[in-house]
Design a protein around this ligand. Structure first.
Ligand code: MG
Length: 293
């Protein structure tokens, strides 16, 4: 099942929708008590069959999509998790505090402020007053279903509710200068997400998926999820070893080679650029760099 969060521009309220195979979005209001993505993920075992079976629902005309989870509970992210990207990042001189092209021994995990989430077709604010080095990172994002602590590798996939796409937008100068990545990764609009959330049963084996990104139509990134250095079970087991994962938590799994700082000289985003991040079966994000309206 593919679920979306739709914004009503009149009321500024959101509703839950289902993207059907005829490519229309149907309004799920009233099908179950919960009418938010977090609400249905929390209650998934009780609501899934009703959401799937509901028919005769009104079609949402001209839907405006928000991030599937407009304000995530936690937005974890993973640095340096594809071999070629580790090398380009190390070479770029932007790695901080340690400049290294070595493959990490354990996952490099950081956090993006949840309010950095924005819609799949919304503007990316260039924040020209504080950064001149805007960069993109297409990533597969895992959405946690049943939470837990101390989840072993073997049980990790039972805790995956579904998947979506995140562009882990980064201000490289802020990332480098502050040494800790939170600010450079968390400016407003720095986590375009969506366009929909796909349940794990529909995706099947996530290592079959392919991540790609284009800028103004030029292919910049392309790699299979199978190339992850630390795979999804490893990330879940590492994070949950001492942190209780909660349903609806999101883990952006890392980006492949081909980001702006991977080029010599670097190719940073500029106002007017259009960034598209796609994953097979999960659709694509399309965001223009511009001051949000
Ligand atoms: Mg990233």
């Amino acid at each position: 099942m593919k679920l979306v969060t739709v914004l009503d521009p009149q009321t500024h309220k959101t509703t839950l929708g289902r993207l059907d195979s005829d490519n229309t979005i149907r309004d799920l209001t009233g099908v179950v008590e919960q009418n938010t993505m977090l609400g249905v993920i929390d209650a998934w075992d009780d609501v899934a069959s009703a959401l799937e079976a509901a028919d005769g629902l009104p079609v949402v005309s001209e839907p405006r999509l928000c991030a599937p989870i407009p304000l995530p509970r936690n937005l974890y992210a993973v640095g340096k998790n594809y071999h070629d990207h580790v090398r380009e990042f190390g070479r770029s001189g932007y790695d901080s505090p340690d400049l290294s092209t070595d493959i990490p021994a354990v996952p490099v995990i950081f956090s993006k402020v949840p309010a950095s989430a924005t819609g799949p077709y919304d503007a990316i604010d260039p924040h020209l007053d504080i950064t001149a080095e805007l960069d993109y990172e297409a990533e597969l994002a895992v959405i946690i279903g049943p939470g837990g602590r101390g989840i072993p590798r073997e049980a990790a996939m039972d805790h995956v509710w579904g998947y979506t796409i995140i562009n882990d937008v980064t201000a490289r100068d802020q990332q480098h200068d502050h040494q800790q990545w939170l600010i450079g990764k968390s400016l407003d609009t720095f986590a375009p997400m969506g366009p929909y959330a796909v349940t794990a049963d529909e995706v099947g084996d996530p290592t079959r998926l392919e991540v790609s990104a284009t800028v103004n139509g030029e292919l910049r990134q392309k790699a299979p999820v199978a190339d992850l250095i630390f795979d999804i079970p490893e990330l879940i087991s590492t994070l949950s070893a001492g942190i209780t994962l909660r349903s609806g938590d999101i883990i952006a799994t890392g980006t492949p080679a081909g980001v702006g700082i991977g080029f010599t000289p670097p190719r940073f985003l500029e106002t007017g650029d259009v960034v598209e991040c796609a994953i097979s079966g999960l659709g694509s994000l399309r965001n223009t760099v511009s001051h949000p309206a």
